[in-house]
Design a protein around this ligand. Structure first.
Ligand code: HEC
Ligand code: HEC
Length: 238
């Protein structure tokens, strides 16, 4: 476990009131705003974390998607101990408030970390771009843009954007779907797609995605052509 992880976890716990003993004596007059509460989250999910291998950016993602993930961590459909700790026992209404808050934040993107996607050579990047934009009919892999939007900025309310995610994070998510430790409402379209992608294809896709420069003004699309190429239980019917 890296030092920065411990510092961050401690900062988060301190804000939750259980890391530093002195915190217990904090004056009761501290403003209790949502901003103050979500400061515990930004200890790990700060904007500048874009290039950090395993901390996904959550700002600006569609509210329904963020909410689904918070519930997934709480109910054990996704696994990351600190995340489970952060949302354990929080009621749905509060998770929705947190999700709405982050969906409305649109801080600028920092430049991609130099090493992100470095393992993908130019042939892999070409393959990655083709999978994202056209899919691979022979392997029954639909184009990622068919669901994530032509600009890959996601689609409200429940499909996340794919631009600005570090390659290591994307690789880890595909590993989690393949190993059935990340699950969504059935039918779980991403688990199905993950099973159709080889490890080399995952690296190609994550490498290409991590090299795309996000547009600061980009927002999730309002709608997408239906039906989707596969059914996704987490996406409400139009
Ligand atoms: C100690 C660090 C840490 C803290 C504090 C933390 N998170 Fe996370 N969070 C993570 C990591 C790491 C992941 C990715 C886990 C994985 O690989 O699935 C994650 C994933 C998420 C996701 C899913 C993102 C996606 O794109 O699918 C959401 C939403 C989220 N966190 C929200 C929050 C909120 C809200 C808080 C505060 C209440 C919070 N996090 C606090 C580390 C943290
Ligand atoms: C049939 C629609 C569909 C297609 C096609 C699709 N996705 Fe998804 N994707 C989704 C949905 C829905 C989610 C949200 C799942 C959830 O709620 O956990 C998602 C989530 C993701 C996430 C998680 C993002 C995060 O922040 O954790 C990644 C990464 C991802 N998709 C990558 C891809 C890639 C790469 C492709 C193309 C090879 C692709 N998807 C094709 C529907 C699709």
């Amino acid at each position: 476990m890296s030092t920065s992880y411990v510092v961050r976890a401690c900062a988060a716990l301190a804000l939750a009131g259980s890391c530093l003993p002195s915190q217990a004596a904090a004056p009761a007059t501290l403003p209790d705003t949502l901003e103050q509460r979500v400061a515990a989250c930004t200890a790990c999910h700060a904007v500048k974390e874009r290039g950090d291998a395993f901390f996904p950016r959550i700002a600006g993602k569609p509210a329904g998607y963020l909410y689904n993930q918070l519930v997934n961590f709480r109910e054990g459909r996704r696994h990351y101990p600190m995340m489970t700790y952060m949302v354990d026992h929080l009621p749905d209404a509060y998770l929705r408030e947190i999700a709405d808050y982050f969906s409305q934040q649109h801080p600028p993107y920092p430049p991609a970390q130099a090493g992100s996607g470095a393992s993908a050579d130019s042939a892999a990047l070409t393959r990655g771009q083709a999978l994202v934009q056209q899919g691979d009919p022979a392997k029954k892999i639909p184009a990622c843009v068919a669901c994530h939007g032509s600009a890959l900025t996601g689609v409200a309310p429940a499909i996340p954007g794919l631009i600005g995610l570090p390659s290591d994070y994307v690789n880890a998510q595909f590993g989690a779907w393949k190993n059935k430790v990340r699950r969504a409402a059935a039918p779980d379209c991403m688990a199905e797609i993950a099973n159709r992608l080889s490890e080399a294809d995952v690296a190609a896709v994550s490498g290409w995605l991590s090299k795309q420069t996000p547009d600061a003004a980009a927002r999730p699309a309002d709608s997408i052509a239906m039906p989707l190429p596969l059914n996704c239980g987490s996406v409400p019917a139009p």
